[in-house]
Design a protein around this ligand. Sequence first.
Ligand code: PAF
Length: 282
Amino acid sequence: MLLFNTQNELISYLNSTSNREMSVGLVPTMGALHEGHLSLLSEACQHNAIVVISIFVNPTQFNNPEDLSKYPKTLDKDIEKIKTVSDDIIVFAPSVEDIYRGEMVSEHFDFDGLENQMEGKFRPGHFNGVGTIVKRLFDIVKPTNAYFGEKDFQQLQIIKKMVEKLKIPVTIVGCPIYRESNGLAMSSRNERLSATERKEAAIIYKTISQAQNLFKTKSAEVVYEFVIKTFEKQSNFELEYFEIADETTLLPCIRKNKTKKYRAFIAVFVNKIRLIDTISLN
Ligand code: PAF
């Protein structure tokens, strides 16, 4: 396994003549790896000659300083987990200085309004930060394919939009959500939950699964009410938003339209730890 801590070293390695002709798969992460990340890596290994995983907690995408400072950093453990997938994976773990070169600011992007919904409303500047780092990683690695989890479905749609608008020659591959045995979507932030909170957080998936069922026969309004009421009864959980949105435009569903594909999106705080989840509705 190769570990690079600077973009120059990684670029020189990837530019060596034999490597540039091969397909390169990139799995961008912020570390604290779990089974979901490992599934992205396995997928990348199956379809690419070279696989790079980036591990970089990107400061510009955090709108909450406490969330950034508490984000788990577990590089040694992450490397052990990566080796369980393959010994040939390249790890890119740069410093903030190496990536931002003294100018830690986001670029400004226009994602055709996708950035103004849900996460964009509640985390101002978040998607400019995500766009900035993902574009920079694409510039460095020049991947053939890049892999992202569907848990961050809005992020996935935004990255597809960025690639389309900036004509970046990379295929974006979305991969299914991995869940713990109680249904909780795997997330690096789950590490910060106590054992009880982690158990109780099953209510998130349980509720959106019930919402999925209700949506088959009831209006969006009824489903919204059901979810809001469910979380009003949960004193340890604070619902930040629940949204039923068109999968492509991410605009909220006011009245159901049979020709559209909808998805439910949820963000919930458990003791100041923010968890998100999503489920396809039809
Ligand atoms: O989904 C994440 O972990 C991050 O937003 C990403 C895509 C690695 C960019 O920092």
